[in-house]
Design a protein around this ligand. Structure first.
Ligand SMILES: Nc1nc2c(c(=O)[nH]1)N[C@H]1C(S)=C(S)[C@@H](COP(=O)(O)O)O[C@H]1N2
Ligand SMILES: [Mo]
Length: 413
């Protein structure tokens, strides 16, 4: 939807003028996806694009999958930082970014807590800030990260490997807020809601988590990202951080926690959405819906952030190989690297995460004596015997992809 919320003719003309100006500056010129898709030809004002600019999107060097809703990621070699700067954190939106977030407008904002509680709450930001503030580095990975590597192809945003990051999040424990409301023994699950309302009247993006995970001391209502008030794209003024779990459980633009006496049954918790088969299916085979299970923990996975893909090195010179690894609710036990297509493996030095649900780092220096084409392969293992697969096991929506990462390089004489 690209219609303006204010439809007076004066506003329309003012906005149209601004767009024309931006177009003349080349900002929305040929090559812009909105132009290619014909949005600018319909005689409507592409407010969406203005909003994106106001929200600081797209970020510099971002690989943009779509503008409305906005989805973009970074290539792995730009994700080498131990703590991902906000400027390199992927963005995954199911709908538009709420106006409140773009304007950083707190007026009238409250976080409602209702349902299976003794006392319903409606907390202002000032009230939330009265709770103890907690800071942690946490891996945030979209369940669809790596979807483009599924064969046969699956529908959905074709994420490569960059829909993952590990930033520093500060906020209050969800547990503290739930305890202030008094959780009834009948509580089973939360239903979480945000300010992003789809323009086409479809059901809003809402997911939930089991009450046990909600009461975990590391599950946060984050108010800050990397020390700053949450940016519009990442959920201003509040979002959930559910460590170890898929990104879709981390509701942005949070405004309501509905404590429920049964598993949350919104559209995004049902059918094939964010659910994976109970057993491994044949590639391309969609199992009956009753065999689908809610995706929760991330899987063991690693990312190679150095060297850049397609780098050239001289024979005998040192090549610094670096990366991160994470395993959802489990811990990383080791990361190995191969340069001969998986025949021989070498251990890497593992650097422990800054806290429980941050990513690990690993590094090793290699030398290759002979010229030719090589691939650096990395394989992470977790502490309960899982490791990354060599080919991607398939599921209908391309979730939880964790096939080993391969980076091509060449050795010149
Ligand atoms: N309200 C709301 N929360 C949301 C979403 C959304 O579309 N709306 N997307 C979810 C998904 S699928 C992911 S992967 C993460 C992405 O968070 P990020 O954009 O900060 O990287 O937010 C989650 N929270
Ligand atoms: Mo996601």
């Amino acid at each position: 939807m690209i219609e303006t919320s204010t439809n007076s003719r004066r506003d329309f003309l003012a906005k149209a003028g601004k767009v024309a100006l931006l177009a003349s500056l080349g900002i929305f010129g040929a090559g812009c996806e909105a132009v290619n898709r014909g949005l600018l030809d319909r005689g409507l004002v592409p407010v969406v694009l203005e909003d994106l600019k106001a929200a600081g999107l797209p970020k510099m060097d971002m690989l943009v999958h779509s503008e409305n809703p906005f989805n973009g990621e970074f290539p792995p070699h730009l994700l080498n930082d131990n703590v991902t700067p906000t400027s390199r954190h992927f963005v995954r939106n199911n709908n538009g970014i709420p106006e409140r977030a773009i304007k950083e407008d707190l007026s009238g904002w409250q976080l409602a807590v209702d349902g299976e509680v003794h006392k319903e709450l409606a907390l202002t930001m000032d009230e939330l800030l009265q709770f103890p503030q907690v800071t942690m580095d946490v891996v945030l990975e979209c369940a669809g990260n790596g979807r483009s590597l599924f064969v046969p192809e699956v529908d959905g945003t074709p994420w490569r490997r960059g829909a993952v990051a590990c930033s520093e999040w500060t906020g209050v424990r969800l547990r503290d807020v739930l305890q202030a409301a008094g959780v009834k023994p009948t509580a089973v699950y939360t239903g979480n809601y945000g300010d992003d309302i789809p323009a086409d009247g479809s059901e809003q993006f809402s997911r939930g988590i089991p009450i046990g995970k909600a009461m975990d001391e590391r599950t946060l209502i984050a108010l800050k990202m990397n020390g700053e008030v949450l940016p519009a794209a990442h959920g201003f003024p509040a979002r959930l951080i559910v460590p170890g779990w898929i990104g879709s459980s981390m509701q942005k633009w949070l405004n309501r926690i509905w404590v429920k006496d049964k598993v949350h049954d919104s559209e995004k918790m049902s059918g094939y959405a964010y659910r994976i088969p109970a057993y491994q299916v044949e590639p391309g085979h969609k199992p009956p819906v009753e065999d689908m299970r809610i995706a929760t923990s991330l899987r063991v996975k690693s990312l190679i952030t150095r060297p850049d893909p397609h780098s050239g090195f001289s024979a005998g010179n040192t090549i610094e190989v670096r990366g991160h690894a994470w395993a959802g609710e489990n811990r990383i036990s080791k990361v190995q690297v191969s340069t001969d297509f998986g025949i021989n493996w070498r251990e890497t030095e593992l650097i422990l995460p800054s806290n429980r649900y941050a990513w690990y780092h690993w590094e090793t220096d290699i030398t290759l004596a002979n010229r030719g084409y090589y691939e650096i392969w990395a394989r992470a293992y977790d502490d309960i015997g899982n490791a990354q697969p060599f080919t991607q096991p398939w599921n209908p929506k391309g979730y939880l992809g964790n096939v080993i990462h391969r980076v091509p390089i060449s050795i010149t004489a």
